[in-house]
Each structure stands twice: as C-alpha cells, then as structure tokens.
Design a protein around this ligand. Sequence first.
Ligand SMILES: [Zn+2]
Length: 716
Amino acid sequence: MANEGRHGHRGQPDAPSPWTSDVANDRAFSVPRRMARAWVLCLAAALLLAGAPAIHAAADGPALGYSSANMDKRVSPRQDFYRYATGRWLDRAEIPASEPEISGFTELAIQVDRQLLKLIKDAAATKGAPGSASQQIGDYWRAAMDDRRLDEVGLKPLQADLDRVAALSQDGAIEALGRLSGQLQMAYGVSPLVNAVVTTDAKNSSANLLMIVAGQQALGLDDYAKPENQRVRDLYLDYIAQMFQSTGLSASDAAAAARTVLSIETEVSAAQLTPLQGRDPAVTYNIMTLAEAQALIPAVDLQAQLKAMGVTPPATVQVRDIAALKAVNKFLTSRKADEIRTLLRWHVLSSRAGSLGQPWRGLDAEFSRKRQDLQSSPEREREVTNEITLGLFSPLSKLYVEAYFPESTRRDITQMVGHIKDEFAQRLRANPWLDEPTRAAALDKLAKVDIQVGYPQQWIDFSPIVIKPDDHFGNVQRVSEFQQRRDLAKLGQPVVAERFASPRATAPTAVNAAYNPQTNSIDITAAIVQPPFYVPGADAAVNYCTIGAVIGHELTHGFDSNGSRYGPAGNLRNWWTPQAQAEFKQRTDVLVRQYGEFTLLPGLKHNGALTLTENTADLGGITLAHAALHRSLAGKPQPKVDGLTTDQRCFVAWAQLWAYKARPERVRFLAATDFHASTPLRGFAPLLQMDAFHKSFGTKPGDRMWRDPKQRVVIW
Ligand SMILES: [Zn+2]
C-alpha cells in the first residue's frame, strides 16, 4: 500500500541498489526506485519524504487505531463525512516539527522506529560473534554515532573517487567514462551517467534481464523546469554552492559550479519519462542488443562499465528510458570536460554527504529540511535507525519479527486473507460486465495470487558484510556494494522470487503491503499488522474495514489498469477480451473524471489519471472488505457499538485510517508525483460509490456526500 518514506530523504540519489529497484510507486527519488521493477505500493505514499519523526503527534487521546473519540459528531456525516469520522483527531493532531505530515501511518512508523531503536541499542550492548546480527547492527550503530571521528576523517573517504573524476580528460574519455560510471554505481548505488541493474523480464517472468537506465537527477522532480519547482531549484542552487565552497572553492567558482550542475540536471529531467510513462511497459520494455543500446549513448563505453562492475555483457538488454539516455549522451558530447567533471564531483559529494562529518552532513540535512519546509531536522538517533533499517534490513527484520510479531497475528491475518480472497472470487463469478473468457482468466489469476504475511520463509544472509565499529563511511559503502553484487549475480540465473526483500517497500519492518504483478504476489509486512491497521480481537467491523480493506486493495491491484496487463504467472500479456476491456475502461474513466474534480490547495487540482490505479484499488479494497465482513457475520443481528451500526463503524474506521495532516509543500510534491490520491480523499471518496454507505448514513439528494446511483462506480 505504500510506505515509502519515513526513511528520510535528502533529495540526492538514494543509497544503493537492487533492493530498492523493485519499488514502483515512488516517483522520483532515486534511480533504483525509479527503475521500478514492479511493486505496487499502496497506502502511505504519504511518507515518501518524511525524515525521522519526533515522537508523536496527537498529544493525548488514543493515538493509534479506531476510536469513536476521534469523531466529530457535531458534523453531519451526510455533509462532510471525513470531518465527521476524523474531526476530533484533526483538531488534536499536530505535525511534528521534523515531519512533513502526520497520519496513522506516521504514528505507526514512529512506533516501529522506537522498537527498532531498542533492538539496535540492545545489539550495541551485546558482544556478538563476527557476522552475527548483533555484531553488525551494534558496530554499525557505534561507527555512525561517533561524530568526533566522522568530523576528523572529513572528506578523506571520498578522495579516491574525487581524484578519479579529476583525472578524467577528453582523450580516451569514452572508455574512462564507462569505467568511472561503473565504479560510481558500485560505490554509491547509482551513477549519474548510466546504470545497469538486473530486473525480471516482463514477458518472461522466469528470466532475468539487464536493464540499462539513464542516470538519475538528484532532485527527483519529474521536470526541474516547471514554474512550481522554482523554490526547490533556488534552494538546490544554494545548497550545491555551499557544498562546493566547503570543499575549498571560492564563492564565485562554487556558484558557477552550482549553475552548471543545475543546468545539466534540468536538461536531462526535461527528457525523462513522466511518472505514469515510467511504469508503462509499452514505453519501458525496449529490448535490444547491447550494441544497439550502446548506439544510444556512444559517449559512455558500456562494455567498460560492465567490466568495472564485474558483469559479463549479455547479448540483449532492456533500455528503460531511451530519451533520457540520449539526453545524457547529449550533455556528455556538448559540454566542456570541466563541466562534466563538475557534475561528477557533485555526484560523489552529494551521494554520501549524509555519511560524512560536518559541515557536509549538516548542509545536507539543512537542505532536506528546507526543501520539505520542516521546522527541525530529525534527531540523529532516528536517522541512524532508519539507515540501519534500510541497509541491514535482513538481520534487523529478523530481530524485529522475533521480538514484536506474534505468530497468532500471522495466523489471524492469513485467515482473513482467505476470506477476502473468497469474497473476490464470489464477486468475479457474479460480476455483470465481465464476459466468460475474461471471467475465467480473472478467476485463474486470482487463484494463483501468492499472499504471504509477516516475514520471508528464508532470510537473506548478510553475514559476509564486514561492519567495523570505527569506519562509518566504509560500512555504508560495503553495504551498498554487497547489495549491488548480490543483485548483479542474478543475471543469467533463473528467477527466484524473493519475498519481503525490498527494504523500503516490503521488508518486515516497513509499514506497508505491496502487490508485485511480475510474481503475482502480495507481501503484508509484520510492521503493518498493528494498530491502526489491525487490533487483535477487536470489533470485526473495524478490523475488516482497515486491514481487510488493505488486503482487498492489494488483491485488486492485480486487476487494475496496470496489474491487469500481467497474467497469472507474472508475464506481460493481454488476457482481456476487447469487450471486457471496454467495459472496464468505461468505469475507470468515470473514476478519472471524478477524482480530477477535487481541489487540494487553492489552484491545485487533484490528478485523476495519475492516481487511477490506486483509486481503483481503494474502491475494490473497501468493497471487498465490507462484503467479507457481512459474510463473516452471516446475517446475525448486530448490536450498535458507540451508537454506531456495524456498517457505520466499518466506514468510520476506514476514514480514520486516512486521518491526515500535511504541510502544503508536501501536498504539492505528492500531487505531482504520487500514484495515490491525496490521503484525506482516500478516507471518503471511495465510500461515495457504495450503496451501503449511502444507506447507512441516510444521504439524500442535495447532501454534499450524496452521489446519484447512476454516477456510482462499481467495478468489483
Ligand atoms: Zn495500492
């Protein structure tokens, strides 16, 4: 469902590697993430930029989970359902100074981080055997928290790479650029020129492919040049100049260097795919020989790059974004060598600024803070916790599951998954607009969805990574390189579906659930099956319409306008008849129009096309959950609770899941890049389609929440 982000983001390409390359929903932030293998994330797109929240939001009252105390019963549910369901929470909740937003998601993420911090500190207090989880986690922590040492070593850790950049000359530059690009990808997880990553072949899910991806631009904006990005551009220029000055450049040289970087990155960002195009296989599935790919970017020797990465050149590759690759080639061939060196120097400096001592780390943090318009930066302890959560995700997740994930929860959720899946099958059988061939194919695909709860059956072995108690920078690089090598080693090997293996999206510690169309599978993490998503033994109306709806949301992703392009084995192929496709499109077109009518901020309309797949899944999720709830109650009369009927509690609980406040900067950023609807909309917009909602609250024509039955979209 979508938790991208509490793991603070600084606006520079993210740490490494393969493991993040499977995240799809997250627009713009790092190359690996944009390469987007296939995960569809759902809920909290919200969290993308979040740094490390200070502890809590709602100062008093029930912080997590459904509560009638969060409602504002003075407001009519027929006029403003969102306010009715969440008003008291909205009145109380304050966005923490170091957060861009606050929601149940953020609150849970903060709590999970507290649990993780305790595990990390316990590990640091234990003397573990070399390569053990406690040794690696404990020593990583010790080195990262040793500010004095970080300050002492200064820029030294970067010196070898800065020297390599300085040594680049125009002679023989093609080969040298290839080698350097490969070295940068291995050391920093991403190259600003060309990247080579392993991905599953979209048309043959049993084979891996090498994907060539143009260098990511540091800001992660879909297009730098847009007028609304002026504020970020100005901040960025200033940040680059200060960073260069802190390495010894004069103020005027640093300012000129900053303009060079911005101008090159702007040029490339203008050519690259939009977020929607970026996940359209019709645009990104460009299979060609390595020689053909080389012809798109003659300025960088791809053979030399692959050699530097230890990769045997394959016969064919996938080129994800042809125009962006050509744009990289263009600046490499049209700019002066000095400008190219400036860009590369910037990449080295900015990619790891957060792992250096002062002043670099402080400048980096300050840029991140200003960019998100936060009042303060996250605390250091929380930042390092997030770093370990992403970097050493496998050993830390294992400790987390042992300490905080009861087997009974896994059992309960697995059972609920069965109920929701059965409900979906029933509804597919009874669906009035599917024709028989498409219905049969849909049922087959549904039957083959593999849903796992909590944690993987097999943990990835991280023990070979050498983590030292006094070498933070080296630890960061070694973790990055381990991930790179692990990923690249998959080339030429049969595909093994790794579960819970994307640190941002599906690691057991990520507050998320995600569907992967290429494996037709769903991971529901250990971290998400806690309040507010799930409360063991709580009211069925609440549990079904929160975690049950999350499960339903993920299930229907296999059948949304993106997921439905993949068959049951995860291969890209059309299993829809033209007639069924037309029926489906007719309904989703209405969703695009309706969601495009909402206004988020003065002058800022919601984008119904960008958010279509997620809106379809939200509607499917709450529809399935509500129906499965009733099946589980088997028509038995239900008493009111808190003065609310079963249906009323279901819909209020759903809305409360989306109780949310954000800084305007955050709203604007997500509106341009997020595949999910703005969070408050998610709380009520899907409900307006449901007859049961209108019936349970007695809406009438003329009410703001009223929707004419002919305008209600029913898909599943
Ligand atoms: Zn989703």
